[in-house]
Design a protein around this ligand. Structure first.
Ligand code: MN
Length: 223
């Protein structure tokens, strides 16, 4: 048997034929107070916590996704996504934005039933969060990350999630700085920065539209 040549997952870059190669995908948990409350947590400013998804969980804008197996409760989470063009360890809050290549809108799809079972048993979240096609990401816009502005998600035209980027408990600089104390960040890393309240189930046959400011991401599931 011959091992096939592997391709590096990548994301489109707005207004360019170049692609952004995805090295790793990190995600922040419960970074909006109203979502922390709806998940039964206390939204005090405890240190941010992180989990990850495989790089090849990324999916292009406009994709029709296979409905994932092993769940009766697939949830949507709209998130601002940061794309890193530089990295390092122990990055200071003041220097953090220098590592940013650009930003995008993403969906952190979650098998909520598996996550609830994992939480209850004190087990890892990997199979709840890091499944195939669990990380749709729009084309990346180069440049500074917006610190405020609308973040919304709708399912079949009905608005489910609304928030503002300024409501993040930990801002982008703080997220990068803290994450860089756990791992040496590198070009190609994506960081999902958490979701506002209103997470809920998606069914086969439904279409999901996620927006951050004027950037839009649309995916759907076959009926
Ligand atoms: Mn999330």
């Amino acid at each position: 048997m011959q091992i096939p040549t592997l391709t590096i997952p990548s994301v489109a870059i707005e207004g360019s034929d170049e692609r952004f190669p995805v090295r790793r995908i990190f995600c922040v948990g419960q970074n909006y107070a109203d979502h922390a409350r709806e998940m039964g947590s206390n939204p005090e400013r405890e240190a941010p916590f992180f989990f990850s998804k495989p790089a090849d969980a990324v999916v292009e804008n406009g994709s029709v996704l296979a409905f994932p197996p092993r769940t009766q409760d697939l949830h949507h989470e709209v998130e601002l996504v940061i794309a890193l063009g530089a990295g390092g360890a122990d990055i200071s809050v003041g220097d953090a934005l220098d590592s940013v290549f650009g930003w995008a809108v993403g969906i952190d799809f979650t098998r909520r039933d598996l996550q609830a079972a994992a939480k209850k048993a004190g087990r890892p979240w990997d199979m709840a969060k890091g499944f195939d096609q669990s990380a749709p990401v729009s084309a990346i816009r180069r440049g500074a990350v917006p610190a405020a502005g609308a973040i919304t998600l709708s399912v079949d035209g009905a608005v489910r999630q609304t928030g503002d980027l300024s409501d993040m408990i930990w801002n982008v600089s703080e997220i990068i700085a803290t994450l860089s104390t756990y791992v040496r960040l590198a070009p190609g890393d994506l960081i999902f920065t958490g979701t506002p309240a209103g997470v809920g189930p998606v069914q086969p046959g439904q279409a999901v539209i996620a927006e951050v400011l004027d950037k839009r991401l649309e995916v759907s599931f076959p009926g």
